[in-house]
Design a protein around this ligand. Structure first.
Ligand SMILES: Nc1ncnc2c1ncn2[C@@H]1O[C@H](COP(=O)(O)OP(=O)(O)OP(=O)(O)O)[C@@H](O)[C@H]1O
Ligand SMILES: [Mg+2]
Length: 176
């Protein structure tokens, strides 16, 4: 597991803005895992992410389907595996085929299906804060693809970094 960038947002609009900043860094085939507390903002994040990719359709949580697909600058695949009980069920949904298709895939509760996922992904762990609108977002680059983008990640996310760092996100760890 790579270093954690800890972010703080104090309003849903800020979480959407974090997502928009990340959307500028993604490449075809990328995977983002959205994990953490119920109602903490995983779907709100996806909405901000999609808007930044130019998705015009309203993004809602996939309820009756496992995956929703949206057309933007890149195709956006939005999955929510909260209700999936068995890994077999996940494998049957063809996640690997989806990832190979060149879109960007966001999976809510994706940490529940790690054995079904590739070695490189960006995990974002959402935690409820003290105030109603306070959220902590831990951004965890996993695998080579994201480790190589650590510097860019730090820079893009510096405005929300909990340390208040603004100079490229140097939060104490040696830069790569
Ligand atoms: N700082 C914040 N960031 C994100 N959402 C926030 C924030 N402050 C308040 N909210 C509100 O919290 C709710 C988050 O709901 P959302 O559906 O995005 O959560 P979720 O993590 O997808 O939930 P679930 O686990 O049920 O899928 C929204 O109503 C949003 O307006
Ligand atoms: Mg959700």
């Amino acid at each position: 597991m790579g270093p954690v960038l800890r972010l703080h947002t104090g309003a849903v609009a800020q979480t959407r803005a974090v997502a928009a900043a990340l959307a500028e860094l993604v490449r075809p085939g990328d995977l983002l895992l959205l994990a953490g507390d119920l109602g903490a903002g995983k779907t709100a994040f996806t909405q901000g992410f999609g808007a930044a990719l130019g998705v015009e359709d309203r993004i809602t949580s996939p309820t009756f389907t496992i995956a929703n697909h949206y057309r933007g600058r890149l195709e956006l695949n939005h999955l929510d595996v909260y209700r999936l009980e068995q890994l077999d069920e996940v494998l049957d949904t063809g996640i690997h085929e989806l990832l190979d298709e060149g879109g960007v895939t966001l999976i809510e509760w994706g940490d529940a299906i790690l054995p079904a996922l590739p070695a490189s992904y960006l995990e974002i762990r959402f935690l409820l804060g003290i105030g109603d609108d306070d959220r902590t977002l831990d951004v965890i680059p996993v695998g080579d693809l994201w480790a190589a983008r650590l510097r860019a990640l730090r820079a893009a996310l510096a405005p929300w970094a909990e340390t208040g760092a603004t100079g490229g996100g140097d939060a104490g760890e040696p830069s790569c």
